[in-house]
Structure formats: C-alpha cells, structure tokens
Design a protein around this ligand. Structure first.
Ligand code: 13P
Length: 250
C-alpha cells in the first residue's frame, strides 16, 4: 500500500525569522500512513531541521542543481540538501518551467541527481489552460514523464513522487475536480507502467496540487490513484495546513 504524502510548498515565502516562529509551534500527532512534508525556501532549511528533527515531520527543497559541485554560482547541490537532512526535492515545478525556462531534459537531470544521493524527487507535471482547451493535456504530461523517467531503473522510478499540478489551478482558487484529477492521475500511472514497468507504476505516489484546501483534500484522497497533495498557499497557514493533515489521517 502507498502511504499518503501531504507536502507544503512554501514557494518564495517566509523569512528565516518567520519560518522559525512557524516551526517552533507546529506539531502533529504521528500517523504511520500519512507523511507530512515542508518544502520551504533553501535559507529556511536549517531552521526546519532544528525544529523538526525530533518529530515525524519531514523537510525538503523546492529545487536543486543537477551537478555534484563546482563553478555554478548561486546554485545548490543534491549533497548539500542531503546534508541538511532533506528527504525530498521538488523538481520541475511549473513556475520554474515557465518563469526560468526549465526544459523537460533539465528537469530529468535533476530527478536523476536527487535519486543518486538517496533523496526522493517530487516531479511536477501539468498542463496550461490553453493546452487543456486544445485537448493536449495528455500529450504534454506524457512527454514530461517520459523524458524524466527515460533513463531510470525500475527501482529508481518506483521511488518517485509525481505531482499533477494543472497550471490553471495553481493559486487560482479553482481546483480541478477530483474526477478530472483522477483521470489524469490514472493516465500518469499508465504512462509510468509503459516507461518503467508495472512495479514502478504501482509504487509511484501521485499527488494532486492546485488550490488544495482543507475543504477539498478529502475528496481528492478518495480517488484511487491520488496519494496526497502538494499544497501551496494553504501550507503557509499553520492552522489550515494542520487541518489538511488531519483530514488526510481520517
Ligand atoms: P496553490 O496551492 O497555492 O494553488 O499552489 C499549488 C502549488 O503550486 C504547489 O506546488
């Protein structure tokens, strides 16, 4: 059985001072079937470790540079994140693909680099409103997944988390319907099966992201191929994020 993963992507929010105040008072009741994860900005990661290391809560990064070390000014390596106790790294979030021009190939390198040091990549995929209107959703997502999984062994592919985040639903207040999100999640699982094999397809965890709240998370989690949520705005409010976690534990 796949565990549920509730992940908070703080994006470019929360100074170190704000993060410290947040983590200091954030506690959950451990649940063996539900994992809770924070992906704060890089600078907040030492704070996350300081306050969360004796709890069941995990922390991870929002990005990484796919090289071991060297002359890459301003970048952060997989080993640096691992050393900070990160368990997960978000790879290829649509904001990075759109604003910073990250290609499917570059994202694929990140996925490999994260797996190579023993962390888990959260590969983000999703279509724009335009692609959805033109009926190109599966073509876009299929290509994002095939490129990212192309060179992975079945064991490595099985460790992946894939987040389906329709770009039009992010930060818009309008989430996909659970039925639509399930349709795409099932397509994602079939694509993983075709590229990496049946075992990988059964093990991969698929998250839904895009205007997730404590009101809609329960309905997404009822769907058979959805194993959690990647939460943006609602993860910045401790009370709401805690309420999302509690709904997932029900
Ligand atoms: P929102 O939950 O704010 O829509 O953001 C979703 C997201 O992009 C998480 O990675």
């Amino acid at each position: 059985m796949r565990n549920i993963l509730i992940a908070g992507n703080w994006k470019m929010n929360m100074t170190v001072t704000e993060a410290a105040a947040f983590f200091k008072s954030f506690r959950i009741k451990k649940n063996d079937k539900v994992e809770l994860l924070f992906c704060p900005p890089y600078v907040d990661l030492p704070m996350a470790r300081f306050f969360l290391e004796n709890s069941s809560i995990r922390w991870g990064a929002q990005n990484v540079y796919p090289e071991e070390k060297g002359a890459f000014t301003g970048e952060i390596s997989p080993a640096m994140l691992k050393d900070l106790g990160c368990s997960y790294v978000i790879c290829g979030h649509s904001e990075r693909r759109q604003i910073l021009g990250e290609s499917d190939e570059f994202v694929a390198r990140k996925v490999k680099a994260v797996l190579a040091v023993g962390m888990v990549p959260i590969l983000c995929v999703g279509e724009t409103a335009e692609e959805r209107k033109l009926g190109q959703t599966e073509e876009r997502i299929g290509s994002e997944i095939r490129t990212a999984l192309f060179e992975l062994s079945e064991e490595d592919a099985a460790r992946l988390v894939i987040a389906y985040e329709p770009i039009w639903a992010i930060g818009s207040g309008t989430a996909a319907t659970p039925a639509d999100a399930e349709d795409i999640s099932s397509f994602i699982r079939k694509t993983v099966k075709a590229v990496a094999g049946k075992k990988a397809a059964e093990a991969v965890r698929i998250l839904y992201g895009g205007s997730v709240t404590d009101e809609n998370i329960g309905d997404f989690l009822k769907e058979k191929d959805i194993d959690g949520g990647l939460v943006g705005g609602a993860s910045l409010k401790a009370e709401t994020f805690l309420s999302i976690y509690k709904k997932a534990c029900e």
